[in-house]
Each structure stands twice: as structure tokens, then as C-alpha cells.
Write a protein that binds this ligand. Sequence first.
Ligand code: ADP
Ligand code: MG
Length: 159
Amino acid sequence: MKDRKITTKNAQETQEIAGKFVGEIMASREGKGGDKADKRAVLICLWGDLGSGKTTFSQGMAKALGVRETVNSPTFLIMKKYLLSGKRKGMNFYHLDLYRIKDKQEILDLGWKDILNDKNDFVVVEWPEKIGEILPEKRIDIKFDSVSEDERNITFRFL
Ligand code: ADP
Ligand code: MG
């Protein structure tokens, strides 16, 4: 998919964009069959400062994928797993917020490699810079920049 940049004017727009984005990702994945099918998880890295919209975007993705619970960022949790319902039942949505981790080992201990090796996993990481050395090359990077109180530039890069 092509790299692109978009500006949103409020949180709801960011969630709508997130929903469209996962729709495209999943259509492309589900459209591939046989040998070309992706054998690993989808990995989305969300880069940007506090308050730039990473969790808001994650909520939009989760909802569009079929997560029924509300995705939030509990201060004491590094990773939370959500089960998808509806037509993607059997898939998992993993939301990671690495803001507070001290060492990449904390993530490896949570089963990071097995999660990424499962094609039924959709993995979203806030603060990916915390585990720069163990980020796979094949991933999607999304960068969030606050332009004003309610405007965000969102840049997509398909690696
Ligand atoms: P992060 O996870 O990057 O720290 P959050 O998504 O938790 O950021 O918070 C973003 C905050 O900015 C929310 O309070 C949200 O309502 C507000 N906001 C205002 N405009 C936007 C926008 N265009 N996109 C996303 N969030 C926005
Ligand atoms: Mg957040």
C-alpha cells in the first residue's frame, strides 16, 4: 500500500480514519490466498507524543475489527489482548502501551515472538521506540503530530 499523510480535525475523525485503514489492511490480507497469504501477525506501530492520538486511533481500529470492549490505556497494563467477534472471530487484537517499560525483556517475557508469529493476531504498539531493536522490519508505521488542539497530522508508512 502507498504511504500517505492525512489531517484530522477531531478525535472522531481520527477513529473513522482508523476504521477505514483497518478495512484496507484486512481486505488486502483476506484477498490473498495460498502461498502468498501472510503467515505472520499484522504489526502496527504508533509513533508520537503524549496526547497526539495514538490511543484514539487504536480505539477506532479495534472497533472496526470487531472488538466489543472499549480499548483504553490502563496505567498498570503493558499489554491487553482482546478477542474479535463477528466475521473475524478467532482473531486477537493486542494493544501494547510501552510508555512505562524499562527493558525490552519485559515484552519478550510476554510472548512477543509467538504473538508476532501468529497470523490471527493484529498487534498495535504505542511507544514502539522503547523496543526499537526488536521491532521486525515488516510493519506499518503511523506517526501522529499535533498541529493544534484538535488537528492531527497522521502519516502512514508501509514497511
Ligand atoms: P495518545 O495515546 O497519543 O497519548 P490519546 O489518543 O490518548 O493520545 O489522546 C488524544 C487526545 O486528543 C484525546 O483527548 C482526544 O479527544 C484529543 N483530540 C483532539 N483532536 C484530536 C484528533 N484530531 N485526533 C485524535 N485525538 C484528538
Ligand atoms: Mg496512548
